[in-house]
Design a protein around this ligand. Structure first.
Ligand SMILES: NC(=O)c1ccc[n+]([C@@H]2O[C@H](COP(=O)([O-])OP(=O)(O)OC[C@H]3O[C@@H](n4cnc5c(N)ncnc54)[C@H](O)[C@@H]3O)[C@@H](O)[C@H]2O)c1
Ligand SMILES: [Fe+2]
Length: 385
């Protein structure tokens, strides 16, 4: 079997990196930007950091802000229409995973109109044309949507988060600028950072993991353990913001190419039913699923523990290093104030069987290192409840 690696074309990292947008746009002959963002980012003057640069460079643009967290098919469809009217020739996504994912769906549907129902894009769709070119400027440090081949759209009618996997959606240019992330409040920094840690851990233990993606995931884990607490507790610490921006991107380089596991499957169900923020759902479920998956992970938890900063892992036996890896994740999660039980954000016990069924059917489930079933997933939800 051949292993495939797909990464985005060009990326810039560092304070002030958004200043590179005009020259990169010019080198690609882009003439007008369709800026996909959300209303909160406009309210908090985050998107304006980028549009100011467009204005200074005389690049015309139009703003599309109909993006909600856990974006919907409606967000995509009105975006496709607005893009067509705008006469823009590239999409400039400024936001978290929700804005970048919506951009990917708009770009794919625009150039592959036979998928205009959006639903048919779930899983691996046979699109023929590349997306409208996307420039991605993440404002959270978690999803790595700027370097992944995935986007996640909620089907509100079927109450389902659809994971769409398509290398044709990958941004041509990504700008990871810590100043775009500095305004994140504490809870959002914590949750999105734990999303990144979940990507790194699930991507490291997933069935398809191999030496190249392991390299990314282990470095991602190390950098997240190093920088996430400071990013949470010292919001203006741009070194920590930059560290997290790089860490989540590195984790994305890996997981995008090998898949995830049932932390994500279970988080997607919570997102679809309760609109739970993606990072919060992952963070809460991660230790429970790690315990469940441990028997199917060989020596990998030793390396997770090592990269989380646990000392003396080489002298530990299997049970000890597995426990140490899970405890290190719990400790980080508690330190940064992640809720520890599902009921804390409104999940209902009677919904758990339905959630387990949905999670089992999720696109991420086959990648889980341990073969699973609906009863086991329900058991994990019950533990986390
Ligand atoms: N494409 C992928 O590979 C991938 C991977 C993981 C998750 N996702 C998806 O991404 C979505 C979650 O994205 P997210 O966690 O980045 O959050 P988000 O984009 O949903 O944003 C959450 C909230 O944070 C606000 N926000 C974002 N940046 C901010 C900033 N700098 N300052 C102040 N407020 C800010 C937004 O306005 C919004 O209200 C989910 O739908 C999830 O399923 C996609
Ligand atoms: Fe995620």
């Amino acid at each position: 079997m051949a292993n495939r690696i797909v990464l985005n074309e060009t990326s810039y990292f560092g304070i002030g990196a958004i200043a590179m947008i005009p020259q990169e746009a010019a080198s690609r002959n882009f003439t007008k930007a369709f800026v996909v963002t959300d209303k909160d980012l406009l309210k908090f003057n985050v998107t304006q950091k980028v549009t100011t640069i467009l204005k200074q460079a005389n690049i015309p643009f139009e703003i599309y802000d109909n993006v909600k967290p856990n974006p919907t098919i409606e967000n995509v469809l009105t975006g496709v229409k607005a893009f067509a009217v705008s006469q823009a020739d590239f999409i400039l996504a400024v936001g978290g995973g929700s804005s970048i994912d919506t951009s990917k769906a708009i770009g794919i549907v625009t150039n592959n109109p036979e998928f205009a129902d959006v639903k048919s894009l779930e899983g691996v769709a046979a699109t023929k044309n590349k997306s409208v070119p996307i420039v991605a400027v993440p404002t959270t440090a978690g999803t790595a949507a700027e370097v992944t081949i995935n986007y996640v759209i909620t089907d509100e009618v079927s109450v389902k988060k659809m994971v769409c996997v398509d290398p044709k959606d990958i941004p041509v240019l990504s700008i990871i600028d810590p100043e775009m992330m500095a305004s994140m409040p504490r809870g959002l920094t914590a949750a999105t950072g734990m999303d990144a840690l979940t990507h790194a851990i699930e991507g490291y233990i997933t069935k398809g993991a191999w030496v190249m993606t392991d390299m990314f995931e282990l470095k991602g884990i190390e950098l997240i353990a190093k920088y996430l607490p400071a990013a949470v507790f010292e919001p203006d610490n741009l070194q920590a913001r930059e560290g997290m921006g790089i860490a989540q991107y590195i984790a994305g380089m890996g997981f995008s190419n090998v898949g995830l596991g049932i932390v994500h499957s279970m988080a997607h169900s919570l997102g679809a039913v309760y609109d739970t923020p993606h990072g919060v759902a992952n963070a809460l479920l991660l230790p429970y699923v790690m315990e469940y998956n441990a028997p199917a992970t060989g020596e990998k938890y030793r390396e997770i523990a090592r990269n989380m900063g646990v000392a003396n892992v080489d002298s530990m036996n299997e049970a000890e290093y597995r426990r140490a890896a899970v405890d290190a994740v719990i400790s980080l999660s508690k330190t940064i104030g992640i809720p520890q039980k599902l009921r804390e954000f409104g999940a209902k016990e009677e919904d758990l069987p339905k959630l387990a069924q949905m999670a089992y059917n999720d696109v991420c489930t086959p990648g889980n290192p341990r073969d699973t079933n609906i009863e086991d997933i329900l058991g994990i939800y019950r533990q986390a409840f």
